[in-house]
Design a binder for this molecule. Structure first.
Ligand code: MRU
Length: 360
């Protein structure tokens, strides 16, 4: 996708210098900075600190991290895989990518492992791009139907999204936002309500920036605004991503997603979830009980970083100095609240029988 009119991906391998490059997402939207990741420790830190984030991108980043580890020491496959899997617990793509890598690389002679890991990471990245573009096409057909049903007027379809499910959360295109990018290209008029998504503010910092860069009309709203907008007929559909989806269709996504789904149901507004099949955990059936929810540092709730009036980046405290905070990063939206899942293979109901047909 575009940054100041120039195409970028969120991660890539620079073969001239043999380095993995990422966009440091902790500095956006104020600074656009490319960072070189040179070791396993660097990549583990980048995932933990959310320099790279979003379920599919975490999986691809871990695959590159494994390559960086194996080019230093190709004998030990288990330690780097364990380190990478431990970086973030909720998004299933990470474990999925590492298990696939283990299967492939354990069958290779030690001398070929680093090269094998690089090829695996490059392939995974390409596959992610194709998958996300296909999600966009599938979802765009759905938006077109909604728009046609409304008379295909120039009145924009009003979409509410939560967190960042855009190209920054994947290698390119995104999941929920891929649908929006494809719909824009098809000439469907759109406006996006962007939840700020406290405490990490992925909506405020990343989604508004992404949409702006692609020329998509959007408005940032405080997290608790969605219910009010829905009651007043200002939202046509909700469209979010997923970090892990169970075999029964429960969807785990950024904290606050569940409340949007409840408000959508109460107001008879469709609630769609866009996801690659790689975020389905076919082993799990009860999302609320079985999906591990990441709890992050309380500081993320207690402090905020941004630019001051002089354009200097500063972190400020929001609460009383002794305030305590809980920082639950994700929640689970039960399948009964999900209108449909938009996958690269088609739009399906959030039901076990339909999901089972996607099992590789
Ligand atoms: O904590 P993050 O920023 O990694 O969370 C990202 C999300 O919750 C996205 O909505 C999710 O990864 C699905 S979009 C690819």
């Amino acid at each position: 996708m575009l940054v100041n009119g120039r195409p970028y991906r969120s991660i890539w391998f620079d073969s001239d210098v043999q380095e993995v490059q990422i966009i440091d997402q902790t500095l956006l939207p104020h600074h656009f900075e490319i960072r070189s990741v040179q070791s396993l420790a660097d990549m583990a830190e980048a995932i933990r600190a959310m320099r790279v984030r979003g379920a599919p991108l975490i999986g691809v980043s871990a695959a590159f991290g494994l390559y960086l580890a194996l080019r230093e020491n190709p004998v030990d496959l288990d330690t780097p895989i364990a380190i990478l899997i431990a970086t973030r617990p909720t998004a299933v793509n990470l474990a999925w990518a590492m298990n696939a890598a283990r299967l492939l690389l354990s069958g290779l002679p030690v001398a070929e492992r680093a090269q094998g890991a690089l090829q695996f990471a490059l392939q995974l990245a390409e596959q992610d791009v194709a998958t996300c573009e296909a999600i966009g096409t599938q979802g765009c057909n759905l938006l077109e139907q909604l728009w046609q049903a409304r008379g295909a007027t120039s009145e924009p379809l009003q979409i509410l999204t939560h967190c960042n499910a855009g190209w920054l959360a994947t290698v390119d295109w995104g999941t929920a936002l891929s649908v929006i990018y494809k719909a824009q290209a098809r000439g469907i008029p759109l406006h996006v309500w962007v939840d700020e998504t406290r405490p990490r503010n992925q909506g405020a910092f990343l989604t508004t920036w992404e949409l702006q860069q692609q020329g998509i009309d959007n408005t940032l709203i405080a997290d608790n605004t969605g219910g009010h907008l829905m009651q007043h007929g200002l939202v046509d559909l909700c469209l979010v991503g997923s970090d892990r989806t169970t075999a029964s269709g429960d969807v785990c996504n950024k904290i606050g997603t569940y409340l949007k789904a409840l408000a959508a149901r109460d107001n008879n507004i469709p609630f769609y979830v866009a996801l690659p099949v790689s975020t389905i955990d076919f082993e799990l059936h009860d999302g609320v009980r079985e999906i591990p929810i990441e709890q992050r540092d309380a500081d993320e709730v207690l402090r905020m970083t941004g630019l001051d009036a002089d354009g200097v980046r500063r972190t400020i405290s929001l609460s009383h100095i002794d305030a305590r905070a809980g920082n639950y990063s994700f929640d689970v939206t039960p399948a009964r609240l999900v209108t449909a899942l938009i996958t690269e293979q088609g739009v399906i109901p959030a039901e076990a029988a339909a999901i089972a047909t996607l099992k590789p």
